[in-house]
Ligand binder design. Structure first.
Ligand code: IPE
Ligand code: IPE
Ligand code: MG
Length: 246
C-alpha cells in the first residue's frame, strides 16, 4: 500500500497501482478544430500530455507505459498530416533523449519498422540502444502499429523458426508479440470520446480494464490521469471467478 500526494482534493486515496498502462491518445484534431486551428497544432499540443503522463508514471513507479502514436491505418490521412506526425516524432525523440536517460527511462518502439524512413529508424535504434540499461519506466511508443499486424507477425516468426514442427500455443504466440517484454496492460485509457480499440493491442487487452474519457488528448492533464487511476482501483478484476472467490 502506498499513498502519495494528489494534485487536487480527492476523496479517495490512490492505493492500487497498475503495472502497465496503455493509452490511445485521441482527439488532437478536434481539440485544434474547436480553436479554429489546423489539426497539426493539436498534435503539437498533444506532446505536452505525453510529457505529463510519462512524468506521472515515473513519479508513481508504474513500470510500463505504452502510447499509441500512429496506427497502420493512419497512413490514410492527408500526406501533409502524416509527414507532420513523422517529423514531430523525430523531433521529440531528439529533444527528449537526455531527459529519458536522466529519468532512467527505457525507450522502445513497437510496430512495423519496414516502411518507416531510415532517418526515423536510425533515431529509434539509437534511442533504444542508449536507454537499454535503464531500469525505471519502460516507455513503448506504438508507431505504424496494428494489433492485426502484431499477431500475424508473431505467427510468421513462429512458423519461420519451427516450420510447423512445434505446436502453436497461446504462450508461443505471446512470446513473439511486440510487447513480449511487458505484462499485458492492466489499464487501457482512450481519450477523445470514441469507444473502440482501433486495432491497438487486440491480443494483449483480453483482460485489460478499459477506461474511456471524453477529454481530448491535449487536455489530458495530471488531474485527468489520476482520475483514470482512481477509476481503475474501483474495478474488481475477477478473471472469470466470482467475487466471493477473490
Ligand atoms: C490522435 O488524434 C492522434 C493520431 C491518431 C495520430 P486525432 O488526430 O485522431 O484527433 P481526432 O480524432 O481527429 O480529433
Ligand atoms: C487511433 O486513433 C490511433 C492513434 C491514436 C494513434 P484514430 O483517430 O486513428 O482512430 P479512429 O480512426 O477514429 O478509430
Ligand atoms: Mg482520432
Amino acid at each position: 500500500m502506498f499513498n502519495f500526494f494528489l494534485p487536487f482534493k480527492a476523496k479517495e486515496k490512490l492505493s492500487v497501482r497498475p503495472k502497465h498502462i496503455a493509452i490511445i491518445m485521441d482527439g488532437n484534431g478536434r481539440w485544434a478544430k474547436k480553436r479554429l486551428m489546423p489539426r497539426i497544432s493539436g498534435h503539437r499540443k498533444g506532446l505536452e500530455s505525453v510529457r505529463t503522463v510519462i512524468s506521472q508514471c515515473n513519479e508513481l513507479n508504474i513500470p510500463f507505459l505504452t502510447l499509441f502514436a500512429f496506427s497502420t491505418e493512419n497512413w490514410l490521412r492527408p500526406q501533409k498530416e502524416v509527414n507532420f506526425l513523422m517529423s514531430l516524432f523525430w523531433d521529440a525523440m531528439k529533444k527528449e533523449s537526455p531527459a529519458l536517460n536522466k529519468h532512467n527511462i527505457r525507450f522502445k518502439l513497437i510496430g512495423d519498422r519496414k516502411v518507416l524512413t531510415k532517418k526515423l529508424i536510425d533515431k529509434v535504434n539509437n534511442l533504444e540502444k542508449m536507454t537499454k540499461k535503464n531500469t525505471g519506466l519502460t516507455l513503448s511508443i506504438a508507431m505504424n502499429y496494428g494489433g492485426k499486424w502484431d499477431i500475424l507477425y508473431a505467427l510468421k516468426a513462429h512458423q519461420k523458426k519451427y516450420h510447423s514442427n512445434k505446436s502453436f500455443t497461446e504462450r508461443s504466440l505471446a512470446k513473439n508479440l511486440s510487447l513480449n517484454f511487458a505484462p499485458d496492460p492492466d489499464l487501457l485509457i482512450r481519450t477523445g470520446g470514441e469507444k473502440r480499440i482501433s486495432n491497438f493491442l487486440i491480443w494483449q487487452v483480453a483482460y485489460t480494464e478499459l477506461y474511456f474519457t471524453e477529454t481530448l488528448w491535449p487536455d489530458f492533464n495530471k488531474k485527468a490521469f489520476i482520475e483514470a487511476l482512481l477509476e481503475f482501483q474501483r474495478r474488481e478484476r475477477r478473471y472469470g471467478k466470482t467475487s466471493e472467490q477473490l
